[in-house]
Design a protein around this ligand. Sequence first.
Ligand SMILES: C[S@@+](CC[C@H](N)C(=O)[O-])C[C@H]1O[C@@H](n2cnc3c(N)ncnc32)[C@H](O)[C@@H]1O
Length: 190
Amino acid sequence: MADHYADGTCRWWHLSRPSPELIAALGDGWLPRGGRALDIGCGLGAEAGYLASAGWQVTGIDLSGVAVARAAAEHENVAFLRADVRQLPFRSHCFDAALDRGCFHYLPAGDRQRYAGELRRVLRPGGKLLLRASLRAAGVRNDIDEEVIGHTFAAWRIENMRRAAVPTDTRTLDVIIARLSARGREGATV
Ligand SMILES: C[S@@+](CC[C@H](N)C(=O)[O-])C[C@H]1O[C@@H](n2cnc3c(N)ncnc32)[C@H](O)[C@@H]1O
């Protein structure tokens, strides 16, 4: 499989500063002032590094070995490892929050429930997921919409969901931004 960090495709989505929606989530208190966070599909680690500098203990995972190596070289305050979100190498309920800026929509539709299940497993009950799912992959409209997100995260609490145009270093992307929280197995969010 092509590594988009080896062939330069990552210029389409890479943002070398923290995203406005992450800054907003910290600024309005939806994300608390610290805790343990997982950045899923972390790429070059810009968001993970920012969250770490804001006081969080952050782990970034990505399938791309090139991305993980570059992220680790740039952000010493974050633990990076090559891992697949569909099979996370972490114990249950060990994270307070997770970020996904652009990974979810890459998964085949048949893997979405597994994604949601793995994240719910590693987040503590009430843990937060800031999801940014792009409406296009390689410029082509995909099937991501509010219904897909609602169905995938039916066992979660969707606190807010909206469409937005978000910046990268080279262009603007149309995405759905969702703030979710993990329910425990009994349905409680805290
Ligand atoms: C659109 S990029 C976004 C990268 C980064 N979050 C950013 O904002 O620049 C999606 C990332 O998800 C990673 N990815 C795709 N499938 C994955 C999987 N199953 N497990 C972990 N990472 C994955 C890709 O390697 C890529 O780095």
